[in-house]
Ligand binder design. Structure first.
Ligand code: YSA
Length: 344
């Protein structure tokens, strides 16, 4: 028999074998001392010429190794099936469902906010989380030692916070998404309307509605005739789309150095958000700071404040998710508690 024929015949025998006894018979047939075709070939090698030996020898050895390997593999396979059958393993049962995970509630919330603003014709842009003092404060009309810096308790990345004596620019974890307003305006000309979703950081005490690491979505609309009326329309439309037409919205005067006038927006909590309401002693939750962009901010990016005007806002994503999904403690979002996460 030729090597090729032995190979074919072995493959056929192997696939027909379904117990250890049959496998042993195959082993004897192909590798046994007696008359196995392969044994004969291996034995006759000594009578071949040197050239033939060189050709047939390695091929015959390789086939022998392969036969041994295949016999072992098939034996393992048969034993495995046998064990499973003995243990009462039912191969016809449906498999275990593998959990496929899902988007975190905050990602879902951010996506929903992006969708609504996209329908209102706002494009989304992003900026760095590690910022310079210039973009986070100075260019937003908050010079060093301005008391308004205390509104944002800051994580400084390097101990290079600028002081009157040491004029070195500091690096920090951005305390709000507002620095991206400056970055965007430096490289674009009005008119435009953008949102900036992103992570922000504050070095402050946590409670049911305050985290040290949370998310904001900044908004900025600038053009020759943008007014506070445009802001009110956009924001009311946004909240009604997010929470439904009956939602209570309150605009309050406020102060931010980078807007004039400045305001804040509150959303009315439902009566079943009792824990949050109890800890806050108010049925209104502040969700957004906003205002008309200050002329000094326009000047810092080279715009002429006599020619353009605009509104800006920064909303808290966690706070909106809390209202929408009746979550009474902001610290749950990053708690890693699957009982919480899997509800959404
Ligand atoms: C104001 C005017 C503008 O022209 C543009 C943006 C702004 C907002 C400003 N940059 C800012 O950060 N204001 S803020 O400190 O009041 O925060 C905005 C929103 O973030 C708040 O209304 C609240 O919803 C959320 N927030 C603030 N501190 C938080 C927080 N959410 C969770 N944990 C905290 N510690």
């Amino acid at each position: 028999m030729k090597l090729e024929d032995i190979k074919k015949s072995f493959a056929k025998d192997l696939s027909a074998a379904n117990d250890a006894k049959a496998l042993e018979e195959i082993r004897v047939k192909y590798l046994g001392r007696k008359d196995g075709g392969l044994t004969k070939i291996l034995r006759s090698l000594k009578d071949l010429s040197a050239a033939q030996k060189k050709k047939v020898g390695p091929a015959a050895n390789a086939l022998r190794d392969n036969i041994e390997k295949e016999l072992k593999r098939k034996l393992g396979q048969l034993l495995n099936i046998n064990n499973q059958l003995q243990e009462g393993f039912d191969v016809t049962l449906p498999g275990k469902k593998i959990g496929v995970g899902h988007l975190h509630i905050l990602t879902q919330m951010e996506n929903e906010i992006r969708d609504i603003f996209s329908r209102l014709n706002f494009s989304a842009v992003e900026g760095p989380e590690v910022e310079t003092e210039h973009y986070n404060f100075d260019a937003l009309n908050i010079p060093p030692d301005h008391p308004a810096r205390d509104m944002w308790d800051t994580f400084w990345v390097q101990s290079t916070r600028r002081t009157k004596t040491e004029d070195v620019e500091g690096k920090l974890l951005r305390t709000h998404t507002s620095p991206v307003q400056i970055r965007f305006m430096e490289s674009h000309q009005p008119p435009f309307q953008i949102i900036v979703p992103g992570r922000v950081f504050r070095y402050e005490a946590t409670d049911a509605s305050h985290e040290i690491n949370f998310h904001q979505v900044e908004g900025l609309m600038v053009g020759p005739n943008v007014t506070l009326a445009n802001f009110k329309y956009i924001i009311e439309t946004f909240f009604k789309q997010l929470f439904g037409p009956e939602i209570g919205i309150r605009f309050r005067p406020s102060y931010f150095p980078f807007v004039e006038p400045g305001l804040e927006v509150d959303i009315k909590l439902s009566s079943d958000q009792t824990k949050l309401m109890a800890s806050r002693k108010s049925e209104w939750l502040e969700v957004m700071g906003a205002g008309m962009v200050h002329p000094n901010v326009f000047k810092s990016v080279g715009y002429d404040p006599k020619k353009v005007q605009g509104f800006a806002f920064g909303l808290g994503v966690e706070r909106l998710a809390m209202i929408k999904y009746k979550i009474d403690d902001i610290r749950l979002f990053h708690s890693g508690d699957l009982r919480f996460i899997n509800q959404f």
